[in-house]
Ligand binder design. Structure first.
Ligand SMILES: [Zn+2]
Length: 72
């Protein structure tokens, strides 16, 4: 999955990628540390965890929800 940092409530336009949720979380943590100066304490916070999981959930939603196919 590829998620733009913007979708996590920042004003940063960096895309973060990961194959699994675990990989993605690790990639976000690395990016937050390097680009946003997050401390280990901030990275371990429930608040950031919820933001990341929310972004993963948004990206995992099937697109058919937005454009339903007509019934035949
Ligand atoms: Zn960022």
């Amino acid at each position: 999955m590829d998620i733009n940092c913007l979708e996590m409530g920042t004003d940063c336009n960096q895309v973060v990628s990961g194959t699994t949720t675990e990989e993605f979380v690790a990639a976000v943590h690395g990016h937050m540390k390097l680009a946003h100066g997050y401390t280990e304490e901030q990275l371990a916070s429930d608040e950031l965890d919820e933001i990341i999981r929310g972004a993963v959930w948004q990206s995992a939603r099937p697109s058919e929800i937005r454009t339903p196919r007509p019934q035949i």
